[in-house]
Design a binder for this molecule. Structure first.
Ligand SMILES: [Zn+2]
Length: 216
């Protein structure tokens, strides 16, 4: 049975009640969930389901969302359970995810010699890898950091919505910046706070990484 993903309807709900529809060797499936399933560079959520520690959340090919646990599970299918998401971790993912789109927007504005390859988030840090034909210099990084922080301070609303023709395809709109995105985000850029940006790797080798970090 497919799991109804609820995290995109409301990114802030982190405690909820749901029904278990299946229990595997190391995973629990619910009828609906607010646990974010890994994707688009954003890690799967952790937390607990009726006290069973959840270490990761992934979606399978059939639209089922699997909440992974380690060890034993004394729960059974059909049971209604109380679920908790590790909120400080997830909220950091939301903030850094929005920040990463803003950073990319200003990267492409200040230099057009690179192609996005991949990204991943870990805690309050996001790393994006680009194929580059000209170096992302420290001067460019400085400009991106300045403009991204100025934009974040502008208190722009962040909207998440599905494509008109394909509801499975979603967008994230931050002020006037629009990205195809199925991740979770805060409601306003004011929640992101200040960020810092670093560039890693050598342009001569064809690839560079931009590392964005939330400031404490
Ligand atoms: Zn995104």
């Amino acid at each position: 049975m497919k799991t109804k993903p609820l995290y995109l309807n409301d990114c802030y709900i982190h405690q909820f009640q749901a029904d278990i529809t299946e229990i595997g060797d190391d995973f629990i499936v619910l009828n609906e969930t607010y646990f974010y399933s890994r994707g688009g560079g954003q890690p799967g959520d952790t937390g607990d389901i009726a006290g069973i520690v959840i270490t990761d959340t992934k979606r399978d090919g059939d639209g089922k969302i699997l909440h992974y646990f380690e060890g034993d599970c004394n729960l059974s299918s059909g049971q209604s359970v109380q679920c908790h998401i590790d909120w400080p971790r997830r909220y950091a993912h939301m903030r850094i995810h929005s920040a990463s789109h803003i950073v990319e927007y200003f990267l492409f504005r200040h230099s057009d010699n690179q192609k996005f390859l991949s990204s991943f988030i870990s805690g309050g840090k996001e790393t994006s890898t680009y194929e580059v034909t000209a170096a992302i210099t420290p001067e460019i990084v400085e400009k991106i950091q300045h403009d991204a922080n100025a934009f974040i301070k502008g208190n722009h609303d962040i909207l998440l919505y599905p494509d008109e023709n394909n509801p499975d395809y979603r967008y994230c709109k931050i002020g006037d910046i629009v990205y195809p995105c199925g991740g979770t985000h805060p409601k306003n850029t004011s929640e992101i706070g200040e960020i810092s940006i670093k560039v890693k790797g050598q342009a001569a080798l064809g690839k560079q990484k931009i590392v964005t970090t939330l400031m404490p």
